[in-house]
Design a protein around this ligand. Structure first.
Ligand code: PMV
Length: 315
């Protein structure tokens, strides 16, 4: 039997992180330059039930039964077996690799879950619709992040830009004109659950103020959607700057993120903001194909540990 291969892209949130947890709209796009990839090979010599896992990027090589019950890779694999009501799967070996930076707000965990589900479902001959794959990845995320909005698993599963409101069907966005973005990693691992819990605490203390901030972010996301669909991406720049100011007010930026955002702006970015949970992780800067490289170099000089230039475009 030939090997089965499946993959899933990374992602960034363009507008609306945190507010999306409170049911305001957000926009996320896949980052196809980075991917998680899962290869499954049948092991006909081994007894059924033996599932071997190799994930060299995180120095993991073991059997499924040896993994902690709450290990995200184990959870992703078991959730597929549970969904298909399989108790003794055919023996197999999963090889997992990813070029998506870990804990940087680019959805590496969700992408690995999605790639595992897709590969396993194909291997077992039981493909499921994207909605189901997305909800399997959501369940894994939930155990790690408490109460995630679901935007990560959605954009990563569909591999298309999405306009997303929690608990509503995602709307796939049509990008009228391509956008060039520079993603810059602060090198500080972002801590999603901590950032989300911090916002929750402050929201509980000052609900009115935070609801106002979320509303303002929601308005920005709606304006951005129109601009994206109309095809004048340059106009997104000021909206990114505004969104960043509101995220700062919410207390989820950091000195490093602020420094990178300022340096992108100085280097000629049309707009810049943190992306994802904040308190570290990535910032994103809107560039043009002509300015992207110079902005990326400037961000490296300002302390970024890695930059990725991505083009988000009509397919
Ligand atoms: O940094 P990430 O990729 O985990 O993004 C978190 C986005 C939040 O809006 C802060 C949380 C969520 O569940 O949407």
């Amino acid at each position: 039997m030939p090997a089965i291969i499946a993959d899933a892209p990374g992602k960034i949130i363009l507008f609306g992180e945190h507010a999306v947890v409170y049911r305001r709209p957000a926009i996320a796009v896949p980052v196809t330059e980075t991917r998680a990839k899962v290869t499954i090979q049948a092991n006909i010599k081994a007894p059924p039930g033996l599932v071997e896992i190799e994930a060299p990027d995180i120095q993991l090589a073991c059997e499924l039964d040896q993994l902690n019950r709450d290990h995200p890779i184990g959870l992703a694999i078991r959730s597929v077996f549970r969904e298909l009501q399989i108790s003794r799967p055919p023996a197999m070996k999963l090889h997992i690799t990813s070029t998506i930076p870990i804990a940087a707000g680019m959805g590496s965990g969700a992408a690995v879950s999605v790639a595992i589900s897709r590969a396993l479902l194909a291997f077992l001959g039981s493909p499921l619709p994207d909605e189901k794959i997305s909800s399997l990845a959501y369940e894994v995320d939930r155990l790690y992040h408490g109460d995630p909005s679901g935007i990560d698993n959605t954009v990563i599963t569909f591999g298309r830009p999405v306009y997303y409101i929690k608990d509503q069907s995602p709307q796939l966005l049509t990008i009228a004109k391509p956008m060039t973005l520079v993603i810059a990693d602060t090198g500080q691992q972002k801590r999603t659950s901590e950032a989300v819990a911090g916002v929750r605490e402050r929201w509980e203390k000052d609900t009115e103020r935070y609801e106002r901030l979320f509303d303002q972010i929601g308005v920005i996301a709606n304006q951005a959607r129109k601009i994206i669909e109309k095809g004048s991406p340059v106009q997104l720049g000021p909206l990114m700057d505004e969104n960043q100011e509101l995220l700062k007010e919410m207390g989820v930026s950091s000195a490093e993120l602020d420094r990178l955002v300022a340096s992108a702006q100085q280097a000629g970015a049309l707009g810049a903001k943190l992306s994802g949970a904040g308190l570290g992780g990535n910032c994103i800067a809107l560039a043009t194909p002509e300015t992207a490289q110079a902005i990326a170099s400037q961000l490296m000089s300002a302390g970024a540990v890695r930059t990725i230039i991505t083009r988000v475009g009509p397919k």
